[in-house]
Design a protein around this ligand. Structure first.
Ligand SMILES: Cc1cc2nc3c(=O)[nH]c(=O)nc-3n(C[C@H](O)[C@H](O)[C@H](O)COP(=O)(O)OP(=O)(O)OC[C@H]3O[C@@H](n4cnc5c(N)ncnc54)[C@H](O)[C@@H]3O)c2cc1C
Length: 450
């Protein structure tokens, strides 16, 4: 299959290496790995996706999908077709039904803005720039997840072009196996062109963060983990050990030193939030305190995720508990004097609605996790890999959305229970027997076990 043949089928931009615009078309947020396919197509609607996938199916071309490039795993290099969905950005909010219909290339900032007009919010994560579809297909650990569960639990309909080039709609009543697999199985089952999901009411919101000096890491971590045991499910928080580079773009108080950042997202009024965070403020003097009642549309100020492309490798493991021993292990690996080089070692408090099964079962696991531990750093040798060294404290599972960069594609199996992984493999065999969609957290097709 050639660039010219594909260009004859779709009206969107079709480019090959060497063509002007190719580098911009394949570029993504994570600069550590980048797709370098034989051809890239920039699609503008579901019809173009269908024609591109049909062409790939007819010619047996392995196919990758990218919206923003926040979560690449295995990339297409010197082979295959990349379908870039970033131009498909329509977002529709129905305030009466409290649902949003969102196209493949939309980012969270758009949905939050559109929903906030009606006092509603989606189950978005920490960054406004992450793509809605890629995030949701991986589960979606949201700022409001302790109150409402994973984002995938709220999906009501998925429009997808399966690897045979056919458009299908998956819901709780239609293509039910596909509906189960798409919610958690990430990009293995074709190109999702749009999803529909429920929104939640956010009448008032309290959030922000406390920054503590790195020397207080032990005090802060122990106090925070004990505090999480007492808070209601409306109170979500995370703790990050940050080692930001000594660069001008980084705020002075964070530059080139270890800082502990406790982030808070509370679904409730300001006075309640103030009362609940009281014990955190008393741990030890803070460097900076940004906690306040705020409109939910300002959610990006809680984590302050980077807004410009950077290179990183991300790994994760779910922890069953965070007792004194586990916290001390983590401090030895990533605390002051540990020699840890990761830019961020993060613990997110799970539990609450995250531990309850969804009304319509999905492939998303982790209902038994108390904390999600993840690391973000440059690839390369480390004194010890924090995630690997802490894995024995874990549930044995990784969170797929926090696996990015070289070497993470083959870790997909760790995202699921053995039974869920086997079922995903069987559904993959039905929809993608030749594993054309392999540039992802790949689930190889497997024969049905009887
Ligand atoms: C700064 C930052 C903050 C983050 N915060 C959170 C968070 O709070 N909670 C959380 O759960 N995750 C979070 N993530 C992880 C994020 O959800 C994943 O990286 C997700 O895969 C990003 O999706 P994307 O479309 O933006 O990225 P892309 O790299 O474009 O896509 C990633 C993968 O998703 C799949 N995919 C994307 N679009 C489609 C489609 N239309 N059809 C089929 N497959 C598709 C493909 O397999 C693709 O390889 C964060 C990541 C970063 C870098």
């Amino acid at each position: 299959m050639t660039v010219r043949e594909l260009a004859g089928r779709v009206s969107g931009v079709v480019l090959g290496p060497g063509d002007e615009g190719y580098a911009a078309e394949v570029a993504g947020f994570n600069q550590v790995v980048e797709h370098r396919p034989v051809m890239v197509v920039g699609v503008r609607d579901a019809g173009e996706v269908r024609r591109a996938v049909a062409f790939a199916a007819e010619t047996g071309t392995p196919t990758a999908v990218q919206a923003t490039g926040h979560g690449p795993s295995r990339v297409a290099e010197g082979v295959g077709l990349l379908i870039n969905t970033r131009r498909m950005t329509k977002v529709l909010v129905d305030p009466v039904a409290r649902v949003a219909r969102v196209e493949a290339g939309a980012r969270w900032e758009q949905v939050v803005e559109a929903a906030a007009v009606y006092g509603l919010a989606p189950l978005n994560g920490s960054s406004p720039l992450v793509g809605v579809v890629g995030y949701t297909l991986g589960g979606g650990l949201a700022l409001l997840s302790r109150a409402y569960g994973f984002a995938a639990d709220h999906v009501t309909s998925v429009e997808v072009v399966t690897p045979d080039g056919r458009p299908r709609t998956a819901t709780a009543q239609q293509n039910t196996d596909l509906f189960w697999a798409l919610r958690g199985g990430k990009g293995n089952f074709g190109v999702v062109t749009a999803i529909e999901f429920g929104l939640v009411a956010v009448p008032c919101f309290y959030g922000g963060g406390l920054f503590f000096p790195g020397e207080s890491a032990a005090e802060v971590l122990h106090a925070w983990r004990l505090w999480t045991r007492s808070v209601p499910q409306e109170m979500a928080s995370s703790l990050a050990l940050l080692r930001m580079p000594d660069l001008e773009a980084v705020p002075q108080f964070l530059r080139g030193r270890l800082v502990v950042h406790v982030r808070v997202a509370h679904l409730g009024p300001g006075d309640e939030g103030e009362r609940l965070v009281g014990p955190l403020r008393e741990i030890t003097p803070v460097l900076v305190d940004t906690l306040a009642e705020m409109p939910y549309r300002r959610f990006a100020e809680i984590h302050n995720d980077p807004t410009f492309p950077i290179p990183y490798e991300e790994r994760s493991t779910m922890l069953r508990e965070l007792g004194r021993g586990a916290a001390d292990d983590l401090l030895r690996l990533a605390g002051p004097g540990s020699g840890c080089t990761d830019i961020m070692v993060e613990l997110r408090h799970m539990g609450g609605a995250l531990s309850r099964p969804p009304s319509v079962p999905s492939a998303v696991d982790h209902r038994d996790a108390a904390f999600c531990l993840s690391t973000l750093g440059l690839p390369g040798p480390r004194p010890a890999h924090v995630v690997d060294a802490m894995a024995h404290r874990g549930t044995g599972r990784s969170y797929l959305n926090f696996l990015a960069g070289p070497g993470t594609a083959q870790l997909a199996e760790r995202g699921y229970s053995p039974a869920a992984y086997a079922r995903l493999g069987e559904i993959k065999a039905r929809y993608d027997p030749d594993n054309l969609f392999r540039f992802n957290h790949n689930i190889p097709p497997r024969a049905k076990s009887f």
